[in-house]
Design a protein around this ligand. Structure first.
Ligand code: ADP
Ligand code: NA
Length: 324
């Protein structure tokens, strides 16, 4: 059975971008793959985090994984920092990666732009991510479009290691959904929606209540044309809303466009709010049941134990190959 690995940072509350681009797809994949799903807390600390908020975000993310349908009997769900092989192999792969290729990463450029204090961890994020993936001999990495470049770099690092030392790493491939791979900000539809966006109106969080969802959708930026049509290039706002509608309802974009011929943004946004609310409410119910229960800790402990066994085997091979 092929192996899947993917991670989400506990760097804030999850957005519908994280859900449509990543989390939702994990659920289907667990039927046919040996899956490792990780809460990548060591990635989250590449930028400043408040200690208590980080603790809460880790727990909340674990509950969201389960509420979305990750079945801990089928998949291994764990916290990255509880499996020390990640940090260890991460260091070793920093010694395989070149600073030039790390400096060229779009995410590094975006996150470091205009800041006077940039952590070294922000730059060396990709070798740690490569370690996450390579420790499990991962074949496929289900991610949103923004992570494509990191997966390509992971392959480059793995190939370089295999060539220089020993052929031990499987080369992974990105698995990117057809619709919803890049959900855009509601306030600036040329920018991707992100859980760390300072502007709360730009982002729909998975745990937003009905009122908030409705308000945010109603104030979403569109354009002055007033028609419901898909044109990503010239009309990014309405196109993004159509993508969200299609992803949550399962209707094709063409079918939705057809339905709204002769109608305006007001009608469309009202219906979209309803579609999103209906899709999220069962997940929210499951979340609020889980967050109170001891089951979370049990699942995470078991997950870390299981992940560690596999990760340590690969770490040992990598150390041997490098002469450590
Ligand atoms: P964020 O950028 O929101 O902090 P992460 O870096 O933790 O999210 O990414 C978690 C997963 O969610 C990744 O697979 C990433 O590609 C996906 N993802 C993040 N933002 C979006 C988005 N706007 N649209 C689709 N997928 C996204
Ligand atoms: Na990200």
């Amino acid at each position: 059975m092929d192996t899947i690995f993917s991670g989400i940072q506990p760097s804030g509350s999850l957005t519908i971008g994280n859900y449509l681009g990543a989390l939702r797809n994990f659920v289907d994949l667990q039927k046919n793959y040996d899956c490792y799903f990780c809460i990548v807390d060591e990635h989250a600390i590449t930028v400043p985090q408040d200690r208590l908020k980080l603790r809460n975000n880790i727990r909340s993310l674990a509950a969201l994984y389960l509420a979305a349908g990750i079945n801990p009997e089928k998949s291994t769900l764990f916290i990255q920092s509880e499996v020390s092989a990640h940090a260890e192999l991460g260091w070793m792969l920093q010694c395989v990666a070149y600073t030039g290729e790390l400096e060229r990463m779009t995410q590094f450029k975006d996150k470091s732009a205009g800041k006077d204090a940039v952590t070294a961890g922000l730059l060396t994020y990709p070798p740690l991510m490569a370690a996450d993936i390579l420790l499990y001999s991962t074949n496929l990495v289900p991610v949103g479009d923004d992570q494509k470049q990191h997966i390509e770099l992971t392959r480059d690092i793995a190939e370089r290691f295999n060539r220089k030392y020993n052929d031990i790493f499987t080369l992974p491939e990105a698995h990117i959904p057809k619709v919803g791979a890049r959900v855009m900000s509601l306030q600036n539809p040329t920018k991707k929606m992100s859980k760390s966006d300072k502007n709360q109106k730009a982002t729909i969080f998975l745990l937003d209540d009905e009122n908030k969802i409705e308000k945010k959708i109603k104030s979403a930026v569109t354009d002055s044309q007033g028609t419901i049509e898909f044109d990503k290039e010239n009309r990014p706002g309405i196109s993004n809303l159509l993508t969200i509608y299609s992803s949550f309802s399962g209707e094709t974009i063409d079918a939705i466009v057809e339905k709204y011929v002769g109608r305006g943004y007001g009608d469309f946004k009202q219906d979209l709010a309803e579609v999103v609310i209906n899709a999220l409410s069962p997940l929210q119910k499951r979340y609020y049941d889980l967050i109170e229960s001891d089951r979370l800790d049990e699942v995470l402990d078991l997950g870390a134990d299981k992940a560690e066994v596999k990760a340590n085997k690969m770490l040992k091979k990598a150390k041997k190959a490098m002469g450590l």
